[in-house]
Design a protein around this ligand. Structure first.
Ligand code: ARG
Length: 431
């Protein structure tokens, strides 16, 4: 596994130093031996940082590579490091430290993407577009409202990461191979030194638990779902059929054949890579499902999916942040699409309701008006509604004032421009 687990070298070294310090208190290492171990490990870290360190596949994994190099460097003291420890509690510790660091980084990347979306939402808070259900025009919203929906999703993604971090940040070191050790190290002290919140309480569970990886992979997979939906929206918006948005040349590509093409590759790759995020989650769950307690080498299969999801998601978040920041909204095309009077058919039904017509009947009456509009090829707002039903007054036409219709959507969560602006202020404070 050295070809991929080498990337946990800093975490492995931090864990070893904490373990060695606890050994001094337990009397299995002298102060001098500890200092030699600490210094030797720091040197190894610098060598790996600079690319000088020679990894050996014969030594299997990062744990054996570092320990062997240490003993080569400092002699007998190095051979004492592994007292009261197994690679089983060691790898669990390293992986938890690694996940914790990556959760924190991903959280920052999510905030950056939220900020990019928020800036665009602010700029286009009042730009009306149709909102869709079934990809059919439904009711008017604004670009700001639409983009803020993604800010909300990403906030939940961060909350999921924060929640999974609680179960990641628990120290398994001291659990040994599966049954602890007859040499009692101060596990609380080790946990404090490594900034874990607490220690695990069952050695068998501690070394074979991979729930925290599954949770983290799930959180990343769901973020992938959100990014993929955003991608799909942008792909639609950038098509000639919609024409709502334009992405910068840096985030689109030409075709090798068709000179006019401006393909939204970043969106398509983001959407495509979501498949990997799902695959990695399923790979981990499947690898873990048939294992008797405790450690089995199958568990080594946890790391490649984990690393791949982290790399994939981090890249997607960074590129999407740039792409969103560079995106232009074509306000006129948005306005033209939103000016379809059919978007206000529901408002017309609401008008009838306000005049005492039961909603089901109002729905039917408006349906008749829509059918009439289609049949006679007359826009809904130009029909003489008073001819369609006695329930319409001459003021029915006022329903078709788009700005007024939007402004009337003042309930919490609804897209009146005033609401959207208040939400933008709230998010600016929060982010
Ligand atoms: N490279 C191994 C892993 O990732 C480390 C633990 C090995 N333990 C063992 N008992 N063979 O799981």
């Amino acid at each position: 596994s050295i070809s991929y687990d080498w990337r946990m070298y800093r975490h492995d070294i931090a864990g070893s130093i904490a373990h060695a310090r606890a050994q001094v208190n337990a009397g299995t290492l002298t102060e001098d031996e500890f200092s030699a171990i600490e210094q030797g490990l720091h040197e190894i870290e610098t060598e790996i940082d600079s690319g000088e360190f020679e990894f050996s596949t014969e030594l299997e994994d990062i744990h054996m590579n570092i320990e062997t190099a240490l003993t080569k460097k400092i002699g007998a003291a190095g051979a004492k490091l592994h007292t009261a420890r197994s690679r089983n509690d060691q790898v669990a510790t390293d992986t938890r430290l690694y996940c914790r660091e990556e959760i924190d980084q991903l959280t920052a990347h999510l905030t950056a993407l939220q900020s990019a979306l928020l800036n665009q939402a602010d700029k286009y808070a009042a730009a009306v577009i149709p909102g869709y259900t079934h990809l059919q025009r439904g009711q008017p919203v604004t670009v700001g409202h639409h983009l803020l929906a993604y800010v909300e999703m990403l906030e939940r993604d961060k909350a999921r990461l924060a929640d999974s971090r609680k179960r990641v940040n628990i120290c398994p070191l001291g659990s040994g191979a599966l049954a602890g050790s007859t040499i009692n190290l101060d596990r609380q002290q080790i946990a404090r030194e490594l900034e874990f919140d607490c220690i695990t309480t069952n050695s068998m569970d501690a070394i074979s638990d991979r729930d925290y990886i599954a949770e983290f992979l799930f959180a990343m997979a769901l973020t992938g779902t959100h990014l993929s939906r955003l991608s799909e929206d942008l792909i639609l918006w950038c098509s000639s059929e919609f024409g709502f948005a334009t992405l910068s040349d840096a985030h689109t590509t030409g075709s090798s054949l068709m000179p006019q093409k401006k393909n939204p590759d970043v969106c398509e790759l983001t959407r495509g890579k979501t498949g990997r995020l799902y695959g990695n989650l399923v790979a981990l769950l499947t690898a873990a499902k048939g294992l008797p307690l405790t450690y089995n080498r199958d568990l080594q299969e946890d790391k490649e999916p984990l690393f791949d999801s982290i790399d994939t998601l981090k890249l997607a978040l960074m590129v999407n942040t740039e792409m969103i920041a560079d995106m232009t909204i074509n306000v006129e095309a948005c306005q033209a699409a939103a000016s379809d009077p059919l978007l206000l058919a529901t408002d017309l039904a609401d008008y009838l309701v306000k005049n005492g017509v039961p909603f089901r009947q109002a729905h039917e009456l408006v349906g008749q008006a829509v059918a009439e509009s289609v049949k006679t090829n007359t826009p809904l707002d130009q029909l003489d509604l008073t001819q369609v039903s006695e329930h319409y007054g001459p003021d029915a036409k006022e329903v078709f004032d788009l700005q007024k219709a939007l402004a009337a959507r003042t309930n919490p969560g609804a897209p009146s421009v005033e609401n959207v602006k208040a939400e933008i202020t709230r998010w600016q404070g929060k982010l």
